[in-house]
Design a protein around this ligand. Structure first.
Ligand SMILES: NC(=O)c1ccc[n+]([C@@H]2O[C@H](COP(=O)([O-])OP(=O)(O)OC[C@H]3O[C@@H](n4cnc5c(N)ncnc54)[C@H](O)[C@@H]3O)[C@@H](O)[C@H]2O)c1
Length: 249
């Protein structure tokens, strides 16, 4: 077990990639805290992890609400005793071409994906600092590195997260905290249903991926558990593109 005795908090941990990370980290022995806007999905993920023998706790959190996040951090400190591993995963994608991106859409995406990452960090970084075993993992996106994906608004929000990772690695590294990003390209979740709605577009997509499969949430989760473990203690400030080799096609 890679993460025995660790506490890992995952924003957006109720569904998709975040849930897969929570499930895998629990399998690796961590107590996982699912911090999500959706109470129903969050509680159901907690129940699933517990019924598989893992340890999990749900805390309601909207990453755009600083006060709510601070309350969630207090609740986590009181009930769980603080966080060692912080996974900044909550995010949304609404794919649109430039002419359909208006100010409201730009603000919505940047507010949740980028500012939400900053607010999450503000609320929980003290707990990670206090832990003698700090890890911060961002789930960003290949779209920020390749220029393809959810549109300029989404790519910009994700590029902002990557820049945060590079800065934080330098600021928090000297405290023994590793900060890294996993940048997935296309992963089979609800976001994907929105980006590639029909069978024809998915067939074309698979043809572009050298490994000839669409990535699964578990593919990201295994990397997250590894980055959160002692085995990755010399990895800091990296943005790891997980795309089945598509970039090099
Ligand atoms: N699926 C992909 O292909 C893909 C590719 C690259 C990057 N990503 C990134 O991975 C992360 C997870 O994406 P996913 O595909 O699992 O999405 P998803 O929609 O399946 O799950 C997102 C989770 O975040 C939660 N959430 C949404 N808004 C929130 C908020 N304001 N506060 C707290 N929680 C909130 C949702 O309730 C949900 O549990 C996102 O940051 C996304 O940008 C996904």
């Amino acid at each position: 077990m890679l993460l025995k005795k660790r506490v890992a908090l995952i924003t957006g941990g109720a569904m998709g990639i975040g849930k897969a990370i929570a499930v895998d980290m629990a399998k690796e022995g961590a107590k996982v805290v699912i911090a999500d806007i959706s109470e129903e999905a969050g509680n159901s993920a907690v129940a699933e992890i517990k019924s598989a023998g893992g340890d999990a706790y749900f805390v309601k959190a909207n990453v755009t609400d600083m006060e709510g996040l601070n309350n969630a951090a207090k609740e986590v400190e009181d009930k769980v005793g603080g966080v060692d591993i912080l996974v900044i995963n909550a995010g949304i994608s609404i794919k649109k071409p430039l002419d359909e991106v208006d100010e409201a859409l730009w603000d919505k995406i940047v507010d949740i994906n980028l500012k939400g990452s900053f607010l999450t960090l503000k609320a929980f970084v003290d707990q990670v600092r206090k832990s003698k075993y700090g890890k911060v993992i961002f789930i960003t996106s290949g779209s920020a590195l390749t220029g393809t994906g959810g549109g300029i608004h989404y790519a910009a929000s994700k590029a902002g997260q990557n820049a945060m990772v590079l800065n934080l690695a330098k600021e928090l590294g000297p405290l023994g905290i590793n900060v890294n990003a996993i940048a997935p390209r296309v992963i089979q979740t609800e976001i994907l249903d929105h980006l590639y709605p029909d069978e024809e577009s998915r067939k074309k997509l698979i043809e572009q991926i050298p490994i000839r499969k669409i990535g699964q949430p578990e593919d990201i989760a295994y990397m997250a558990s590894f980055l959160a473990s002692d085995k990755a203690s010399y990895i800091n400030g990296q943005i790891l593109l997980l795309d089945g080799g598509r970039t090099h096609q």
